[in-house]
Design a protein around this ligand. Structure first.
Ligand code: PMP
Length: 289
């Protein structure tokens, strides 16, 4: 029987009912995280849960648990559901209250759910993917990992309709990030990525990648770059928890660099895989039930 977490307790998923007037359902009034599971272990969970609590606090939702408490609950859930490779999704909404835009009274408590999903994994380096470019129409607090994802959804749908994997967004010709990923470029062996401002989500994969660059001696700059810089780059890299380190080899129908994953991207992918194995143990083969 599949289990999930409801407000800190592990329960049977089939027995959980959500409320109509949950503010997450009606307003997207909440925050979420997705954490990867490799070899039954949570990857970079402390960074994800710290960001979760920060996102919540930016919209005045008080999460009544510490990072360690949530982590322990998630570990129990992963074990109960016997997930070897997959993800755990969690969200906190502001709570249940009669519909009204302004916050409910302070005695309304957040609603917290988490559930797992199996994702096959074999450690193979991701091949190149295609992307489109699209205007970034989202609000100005993209640093908050909010449940409000309409702008991101509309962008991703455009990519899907074009047969592409990702939509790379730009504001006033400046590249911000993907619809569900961060975007970096490699020019003359140097990596450039948008600074962690209010205009992007400071991705955990992005942060791990920057640490890898430091370790590998790949110099990097957290600097804004243009659409022209993107199209003329030697390599383009998309990073996210689910896509990991993914080479983008064509944008708007035009090849990037040689049209194959570049050497710096490959180096970073290998180092990222090594980091997974360092934190979660050796990945031998994908186990799909
Ligand atoms: N930006 C956006 C808009 C995202 O939705 C995501 C995926 N959560 C990312 C960046 C990448 O973040 P992470 O590496 O933490 O998954």
């Amino acid at each position: 029987m599949e289990k999930m977490i409801l407000n800190g307790e592990i329960r049977n998923r089939s027995e959980i009912k959500m409320e109509l007037e949950d503010r997450g359902y009606q307003f997207g009034d909440g925050v979420y995280e997705v954490i990867r599971i490799y070899n039954g272990k949570l990857f970079t969970s402390e960074m994800h849960l710290t960001r979760l609590i920060e996102s919540a606090s930016k919209i005045s939702i008080n999460i009544p648990y510490t990072v360690g408490e949530i982590e322990a609950q998630l570990k129990d859930l992963v074990a109960e559901n016997e997930i070897t490779f997959g993800t755990v999704y969690m969200q906190f909404t502001r709570g249940v209250s009669p519909r009204n835009h302004a916050f409910p009274s302070t005695d309304v408590t957040p609603v917290y759910v988490a559930y797992t999903k199996e994702v096959p994994y074999n450690g193979a380096l991701k091949p190149g993917a295609k992307a489109i470019t699209i205007e970034d129409i989202r609000w100005l607090r993209c640093d908050i990992k909010s449940l409000n994802l309409l702008g991101n959804i509309l962008a991703k749908q455009k990519a899907a309709e074009a047969g592409c994997f990702e939509a790379i967004q730009h504001r006033d010709n400046m590249v911000t990030e993907g619809s569900s990923s961060n975007i970096s470029i490699i020019v003359n062996g140097e990596l450039k990525t948008h600074p962690a401002t209010n205009l992007i989500l400071n991705g955990i994969t992005r942060q791990v990648m920057l640490k890898i660059c430091k370790d590998l001696g790949v110099s990097y700059q957290e600097e804004v770059f243009t659409l022209e810089d993107l199209m003329a780059a030697d390599e383009v890299i998309m990073t996210s928890t689910t896509a990991e380190i993914m080479p983008i080899t064509a944008i708007d129908g035009q090849s990037i660099g040689s049209g194959e994953p570049g050497t710096v991207t490959r180096q970073i992918q290998q180092a990222f895989h090594a980091e997974i194995e360092r934190q979660c143990g050796h990945v031998i083969e994908s186990i799909v039930k």
